[in-house]
Design a protein around this ligand. Structure first.
Ligand code: URA
Length: 234
């Protein structure tokens, strides 16, 4: 059992203060009876709540796909730079989502946001061995030998990168796809530097089996579908 105002401020964009006003205006019902006080206790699993005649669908967690633009930090707040949660639509902000992992400020593409700590933990766990796929544009053409260098794994001062896949565009070898198992700081850029190339443009296109929705414009957010969540066993 939880308080009506707590329930509604978790499940809807209404704040607790809004709920007080709605109760005063007789705009909320609980199982068909007009709610008289915002602190009444309700059963979030069983009771049917309506606000302005519309049934409330209760959910605690959200899972969002963002097509991250350049210039945004993978953070919930920052004093100087815009952050990815700024791109979450107003009506979903009350869920307080945070980014699952990070992309660099100048990296674009697939970033997940959630308020479910367990989901975040699961996806970030090395045990999960989730490959992340990136599209990169390099300053110099990649060569066959680079594929073997990536596939052998690489030693860095703070970690050893597991074998990574490098695919080279046959038409323009400056364009490559890279798949890595980890997600360490600047990992793709550092791996490319190791073979003598600088990354000029970087975009994440997939996490495990989940692909960035090609119809999701840069800077836009949408909720993951049940099928997409199932790709992570969620
Ligand atoms: N590797 C990088 O170098 N940058 C990213 O944003 C992600 C992976």
């Amino acid at each position: 059992m939880i308080r009506l105002d707590k329930y509604l401020s978790d499940a809807t964009p209404h704040s607790r203060k809004d709920v007080r006003g709605l109760v005063k205006r007789n705009a909320i019902t609980v199982n068909g009876t007009v709610a008289k006080t915002p602190d009444m206790k309700i059963n979030e699993e069983k009771d049917l709540i309506t606000v302005n005649g519309i049934p409330v669908v209760y959910r605690k967690f959200i899972y969002l796909m963002l097509n991250k633009p350049q210039g945004y930090l993978s953070a919930t707040e920052d004093d100087r730079d815009p952050v990815v949660v700024d791109l979450v639509p107003e009506e979903l902000k009350h869920f307080a989502p945070f980014p699952v992992g990070r992309l660099d400020k100048d990296t674009e593409g697939l970033l997940l946001l959630t308020n479910d700590g367990q989901f975040d933990h699961e996806l970030m766990s090395p045990r999960k061995n989730l490959y992340k796929r990136y599209y990169a544009e390099l300053d110099l053409p990649a060569v066959e030998q680079d594929i073997a260098t990536f596939a052998a794994g690489m030693e860095f001062k703070e970690f050893t990168a597991k074998p990574a896949r490098l695919e080279i565009d046959p038409v323009d070898p400056r364009k490559v796809y890279v798949e890595i198992a980890e997600g360490k700081y600047h990992q793709v850029k550092r791996m490319c530097e190791r073979v003598g190339k600088n990354v000029l443009f970087l975009k994440r296109v997939a996490i495990g089996e989940l692909r960035l929705d090609p119809s999701l414009e840069c800077g836009k957010v949408r909720e993951l579908t049940a099928d997409e969540l199932a790709l992570f066993g969620w």
